[in-house]
Design a protein. Sequence first.
Length: 695
Amino acid sequence: MNTAPKKSLTDSVQFLKGVGPARADLLANLNIRTVGDLLFHLPRYYDDLGDIRDMGQLTAGVLQTVRGEIVELDSKELPTGKRVLSVVVADAKGRCVEGVWFGQFFVAQKFRYGLKVAFSGKPKWFRDHWTMQHPRVEILEHAGDEPINKVVAVYPMTENLAADRLRDMVRAGLDSFGELVADILPRGLLSRHGLPALPQALEHAHFPVSVSQGLTAKRRFIYEEFLVLQIALSLRRRELRDARQAPKMPADAEMDARIRRLFPFTLTQDQDRSIAAICKDLKQDRPMQRLLQADVGAGKTAVAVYALLVAVANKHQAALMAPTEVLAQQHWNTLEKYLAQSRVRRFLLTGSLSAKERRQALEDIRAGKIDLVVGTQALVSQDVVFARLGLVVIDEQHKFGVSQRARIRKQEAGDPHYLVMTATPIPRTIALTVFGDLDISIIRQLPPGRQPVVTRWLTEKQRASTYQQLREQMQQGRQAYIVCPLVEESESLDWKAAAKMHADLTAGAFGGLRVGLLHGRLDDADKDRLMREFRDRKLDALVATVVIEVGVDVPNATLMVIEQAERFGLSQLHQLRGRISRGEVAGECYLFTGMPTEEARERLKIFTRTADGFVLAEEDARLRGLGELLGTRQHGLGDLRFGDPLADRELLETARADAIALVADDPELRKPEHALLRRNVLDRYGKTLALAEVG
Ligand code: ADP
Ligand code: MG
């Protein structure tokens, strides 16, 4: 009788051969808790130890393997107190390579004079001989033996867990649980892309015979991850669009001409292209779900106004939602300018309305007496009921992600069309992951006549003369932002830094000028007041921590100093600089730095070189990783385990195309070959994307 409990991939990894409680704790640092977690803990990359070189033929900086006999063993203490282990191996001709270890004394136990070993590492020529830092060591039984593992998987590691131990555990896991892994990918897709099926893919990913075999196996997991995400997004698109009803709102040539006459400028080609895409969506009876992406100042608002007016001309109501009161007010002012000659009945729904005023407004909206409502997302989405809402424009500015998107309260008369605007350029591949459920329009081109901002990275020596120059410009009527960074750990510190900067400037370089101080400790009303004073030119300069509202328009502010610029990410710097690139006068942006790291230097060099937000966003993602680019906030979509939308972009595009085709062909994933895939999609994204349980 077999009484052994049934094995499962969700078994705790602790009971796997060679693991035990202590190692299980270490594995938990890597988020490995179950056997399944361990099997899917994939290598970061592969080392090829098969490039075996004669000691006379080494190339600096490239991973190579040498073999020889230990002829010197030495450990010494450096003047810094650091201890160094040096092990010299020599070949038959007496040529030597020195292996060097810093502080890892347990390594010394492996070695003794005369032992035959292979060292694998990247050699460096030091004074008169080759050295390898922390080479991988293989003990050879006989002279001339091939090293046993030619290709070695290199894993994301945690302290105190030797790489070889981890490999042994993975081996044990594969041997006793390998046959339990179920392949969620349909055969057809695997063979079309030449990807290995499970469990072979796991075997190849962990223990490949060649680097390319390992990489192909890894591609399979990346593809699978992208496919699952893209299917989830396709299902969500279906739910938001194909399964819903929205009013048809066509625009004809006459309407088009009437709207265009309202703008004091000719729309750019990119604006026209976005408008054409929007109009095509609005005349369908499925709700538009479109993202309008544009660099700061590229002219999104004009496009939004066009769309709002198409809705109103079609006798539907429209709403424009901004993230803050200041921005809602600003949009309102812009609308007022464009609509001066129009009879559109419009209303600004602000938090400062009295209860009575608000009640009256809500009644009018419900009765259809108001065509166009502007407000913050909170105000508009809470309890407002529209008579016949046709379009919602959501200005998200710098916020990201599907899950956070404000949703207007469900309306009785069917769904409105949605247009989401963001001022943060995101590379297409990243947009396909975080905004993958939306159709995307991009405005890249800036309106004509825009002057590029001049950006200079200055040294402390140049500070006094720069202040003098700024002072003169402010005396001639221009305005400046002085940006101080947030101190991460402590709001009070960042406040103090900004307050000190403010005190120093008013007592010194900017004495006699009107300088405001804006920081995170102020409440919203005070922040609004300061921004308003600045906009109305009652202040010459604004010392601010990064609470300057993204999107706030002060065209006369063309000067900016960014303190400790190394603390900001590229996207953030770009957003800041966007504040001073809105007028006819060329902006000037000055950077001061404390002690930038190598990475920060690279970032700042890129920043001074280009003003293209899309280029900067891509560089930012490359330098800091996707998670950082998207902000620390949990958005649920960018946290991929295997794939990197930038590095693996062609796999992402492939997976997206496959997902769209698959969902078109089997919209509820009911085919038996899609059963596991469906389960996986729902487990991973069902909640984040509010997907209905399909089937
Ligand atoms: P965004 O919302 O993308 O930051 P806005 O719509 O606020 O940009 O436009 C920024 C500025 O450019 C505004 O002052 C606007 O009047 C102007 N603008 C927009 N489109 C054009 C255009 N096609 N030609 C000239 N100026 C334009
Ligand atoms: Mg704007």
